[in-house]
Design a protein. Structure first.
Length: 582
């Protein structure tokens, strides 16, 4: 809630972006960033007719636009009971300088909407074609003044250090199966996680890392949620009821319950791309609001979107408006939703300049994050690479940049003494986030090969055991710490730990017998691999399908919608039995 001046009561305020309830004037403030728009129209809908707005408000250029922000104040008494809202925007055509994609016949979702409604008539195909998608588009929900109220009580953030064990889970996959023990009305929801708290505590989990909970379009093959529509709203299907703002309340209830159990809440967030795809993809929001500001362009006119993520588009994270969107989103989840940390998908995109070049020294978004007081002390975890093999950008820890001749200073990143070796490898910082934790795929690959029995792996395994000192050196300049390495062996991207040691096929990259489980002891090897993670001087990362007995239908289930198969009642017993087997 914000207070307003007389001018703001009449014309609206530029801050905050999104929609805000103003109690002093009993009105809603709407604020939208669009640098190149020529005209912006606010559309308000009631519950009965989602195709025809009950109120249409065209922003006045002289009263409702300041700089690059379009703003308006609408008294609640004049909104005719409206429950949902969206925008229609017109702008210039594509030219040689900007890559505009304005489509005035498309209904556009507010990127700052903290609750999103997908109507029963929602149709993704209409967001792709040239025709109007009125009545079939995602809409922002006008949460009333009571939606912001929540009794946090004495909620306090848990903070774990040497006992930090991160448990990656998918809200729906973790609770959807009937054998999960979750009541039928709460399966696949945030409320279902609360019912699984005794199980998490029995496992010894001290932090859960929720796979993407931002709103996404689950009518496409997008089970995991890595194609977001919005960065503020919890996914509507993760609530027990749909159509209102209940997902906000239910998310808060889940966080509060996890905190009471001493468990941190970390979100897997996707700020490197959106679900709008490339020039052949749908127009839901950012494309139609200000395409050339939000997305990184390509010099190829046939492929106008730079694709460093492998998803069709890349957010222009060097742009001030995009950086503000990301920081505002993170601040919302920390301040309003009490989240304890974030794991950034394809975080190396943050180092890209607007032209696609890489800035290893000081990408501006890292300064923005470090300077925000609400984000101080919040866990920042990077997946330090990108998703398109045609444009590799691998940034784990530090990396080699070549070799210096004899007599040069050894390891120029520390400059402690004159080199006496024949050849000295020079290093530079790769991932620019100083002090960030990073997913360590070198640990993953080395331990997999060791458990499989590959020859010559022991020396590299010892490096991983001692905190991956090659990637995280404790030199004077770098001063890295072992806890910056997040050790994992399997994740949502590939087969479960059980399958990893049980099969040998191109589909599952495994190390068992040719015909499957014959001649192998998958539970025993799973326990061995898990124990290696838990005993090393770094942060172990588990995922919810990796307790022995956890199976998954496909090694590429991120593009599917099948639930994960779990055998909950036997999990703990099987783990203890496997660990006790010689």
């Amino acid at each position: 809630m914000i207070q307003s001046s007389a001018w703001e009561d009449r014309d609206g305020s530029t801050t905050p972006l999104g929609v805000s309830w103003i109690p002093s004037s009993q009105s809603y403030n709407f604020a939208l960033y669009s640098r190149f728009a020529d005209a912006v129209t606010l559309l308000l809908y009631d519950r009965e007719d989602l195709a025809h707005p009950t109120v249409t408000y065209r922003f006045h250029l002289l009263r409702n636009k300041t700089g690059r922000v379009w703003h308006a104040s609408i008294p609640k008494s004049q909104m005719k009971g409206a429950r949902y809202y969206a925008y229609s925007i017109t702008g210039p055509a594509v030219n040689q300088f900007e890559r505009h994609a304005f489509k005035p016949n498309k209904i556009l979702l507010d990127p700052y909407a903290n609750s999103v409604y997908l109507p029963p008539s929602y149709d993704r195909r209409l967001a792709i074609g040239p025709e109007s998608n009125a009545g079939c588009a995602p809409l922002g929900v006008l949460c009333d003044e009571k939606a912001a109220e929540f009794d946090w009580g004495t909620d306090a953030r848990p903070r774990h250090d040497s006992d930090l064990i991160v448990y990656e889970l998918h809200v729906r996959g973790f609770t959807m199966n009937s054998n999960s023990g979750v009541s039928s009305e709460k399966r696949g929801t945030l409320a279902g996680i609360i019912e699984k708290l005794p199980y998490l505590c029995e496992l010894g989990v001290t932090a859960v890392e929720l796979m993407p909970v931002h709103q996404f379009d689950d009518t496409e093959p997008n089970y995991w949620g890595y194609m977001p529509l919005n960065f503020f709203s919890p996914h509507h299907r993760y609530a027990t009821t749909h159509g209102g703002c209940d997902q906000i309340r239910e998310f808060r209830e889940m966080v509060k319950s996890l905190h009471e159990a001493g468990i941190e809440v970390i979100l897997d967030v996707v700020y490197n791309h959106t679900g709008e795809g490339n020039e052949n993809g749908p127009t839901f929001s950012l494309k139609g609001i200000d395409n050339s500001e939000y997305y990184m362009g390509s010099p190829d006119p046939g492929r106008p979107y730079a694709d460093f993520t492998g998803t069709g588009n890349t957010l222009n994270c060097a742009n001030a408006a995009v950086r503000r969107l990301i920081v505002d989103s993170l601040r919302y989840w920390v301040r309003d939703m009490h989240v304890d940390g974030f794991r950034f998908d394809l975080a190396s995109v943050f180092a890209r300049n607007s032209d696609g070049s890489i800035n290893f020294d000081d990408p501006p978004i890292f300064g923005d994050l470090a300077a925000d007081p609400d984000l101080a002390g919040i866990r920042m975890i990077a997946e330090p690479w990108e998703g398109n093999s045609e444009h590799p950008n691998y940034e784990l820890g530090v990396s080699s940049t070549g070799h210096s001749p004899p007599g040069a200073e050894c390891c120029p990143h520390c400059r402690l003494h004159t080199c006496r070796c024949t050849v000295a490898e020079t290093l530079q910082r790769s991932f620019p986030g100083i002090g960030w934790r990073q997913w360590n795929d070198r640990f993953r690959s080395t331990v997999r090969r060791f458990v499989k029995g590959d020859a010559g792996i022991v020396p590299d395994l010892m490096t991983r055991i001692y905190g991956s000192s090659d990637a995280f050196p404790d030199s004077v300049r770098e001063a890295s710490r072992p806890w910056q390495s997040l050790n994992y062996i399997s994740s949502h991207d590939g087969p479960t730990l059980y399958d990893l040691v049980a099969f040998n096929s191109p589909e599952s990259w495994n190390c068992g017998d040719r015909d499957g489980e014959a001649g192998v002891t998958p539970d025993h090897e799973t326990a061995q691999a898990a124990d290696k993670k838990l005993l090393l001087p770094a942060v172990p990362v588990e995922r919810h399908a990796d307790v022995p007995g956890g199976r998954r239908i496909s090694s590429n289930a991120g593009r599917r919608s099948e639930p994960i198969q779990r055998r909950w009642p036997e999990d703990l017993a099987r783990l203890e039995q496997a660990r006790s087997t010689p």
